[in-house]
Design a protein around this ligand. Structure first.
Ligand SMILES: C[S@@+](CC[C@H](N)C(=O)[O-])C[C@H]1O[C@@H](n2cnc3c(N)ncnc32)[C@H](O)[C@@H]1O
Length: 293
């Protein structure tokens, strides 16, 4: 992040490497969900705010030919990364169209690219970056034909990776980082163009957009300790990005920052990447509704 950049404005192009890593890490979760969400007659799906393309690839593989997937994102760097990932995939894949579109300005470019009703619209952790979330949900629903579904991956529980007492600093470090992230998130949303509060949950947002059969599926993601060496390194890198994002905000206190600096320094004996007690425990929710009639 540039030193004078607003820490509450996300530069998605800077996140490309991290989002591609995350998508690769979660590829099996995407594949299971694509299989569960698609129906045999489905031909067109959209991945809105596709990031590193985890769901784009899963949908393209599950739909196969002659299906189509629209990979939609506001950041051209991410669309380029998805194109590179697609190049390494085995056939037969559904055709993937890369669509550069900013949801804050509506879904016009997505509608044009779809050139007809979409059977499944998937949006993971992207609608919460749009100023008017209900407006975005309404717009996404307008892309669906009868029987089409909107699936929003939002919420769940914050992931846990670290033991409570790390042996340096005050115990409970990870929970305090989550609390700081929560404060960051409130301000990040408040600074979005056209920011509007949505004082109700995602299932209610889907109902207000006219969807029926609204439900939530939550899956537990668990990888017990010990994680492999590559996973531990990636986790240390991920924490480094979170801490760097929060550092200029003052939301993490100086003692905790000093602890993080030691945990994230590969030359320090306390380096996180060297620990065999790191794990992953996360719960991810997907809210689904159907357009009837
Ligand atoms: C937190 S990432 C999630 C990426 C991916 N869906 C996932 O779950 O890993 C948010 C994504 O939404 C995209 N995004 C954020 N604001 C957007 C907007 N206004 N219009 C379109 N895409 C947006 C970002 O570029 C990024 O790819």
């Amino acid at each position: 992040m540039a030193p004078d950049a607003d820490p509450y404005v996300v530069d998605w192009s800077e996140r490309t490497t991290g989002l591609v890593e995350l998508a690769q890490d979660e590829q099996q979760w995407y594949e299971r969900l694509a299989a569960a969400l698609l129906r045999p007659a489905d031909r067109v799906a959209a991945d809105i705010g596709c990031g590193g393309g985890g769901m784009t690839l899963a949908l393209a593989a599950a739909l196969g030919e002659p299906g189509r997937v629209l990979a939609v994102d506001a950041a051209p760097e991410l669309l380029a990364a998805v194109r590179d990932r697609l190049a390494g995939q085995p056939d037969p894949l559904a055709r993937v169209d890369l669509v550069e579109a900013d949801l804050d300005a509506g879904v016009g470019p997505v509608r044009s690219a779809a050139a007809g009703p979409v059977d499944l619209v998937w949006a993971s952790a992207s609608v919460h970056h749009v100023g008017d979330q209900q407006g975005a949900v309404d717009a996404l629903v307008s892309l669906l034909g009868p029987g089409g579904r909107l699936a929003l991956a939002e919420g769940g529980l914050p992931a846990r990776y670290l033991p409570w007492d790390l042996g340096i600093g005050e115990p409970g470090l990870e929970a305090r980082l989550d609390a700081a992230n929560e404060r960051w998130f409130i301000r990040m949303r408040a600074e979005l163009p056209g920011a509007a509060r949505m004082p109700y949950g995602w299932t209610e947002a889907l109902r207000r957009a006219g969807l029926a059969g609204v439900t939530t599926r939550t899956t537990l993601r668990e990888r017990p300790a010990p994680l492999g060496e590559a996973d531990r390194r990636r986790l240390a890198d991920r924490f480094a990005r979170w801490v760097d994002r929060l550092r200029p905000t003052g939301l993490v206190d100086q003692d905790d920052l000093a602890t993080w600096d030691r945990l994230l320094d590969p030359d320090d004996p306390a380096w996180l990447g060297g620990r065999t007690d790191l794990f992953q425990l996360a719960a991810r929710s997907v809210h689904i509704g159907e357009r009837r009639g």
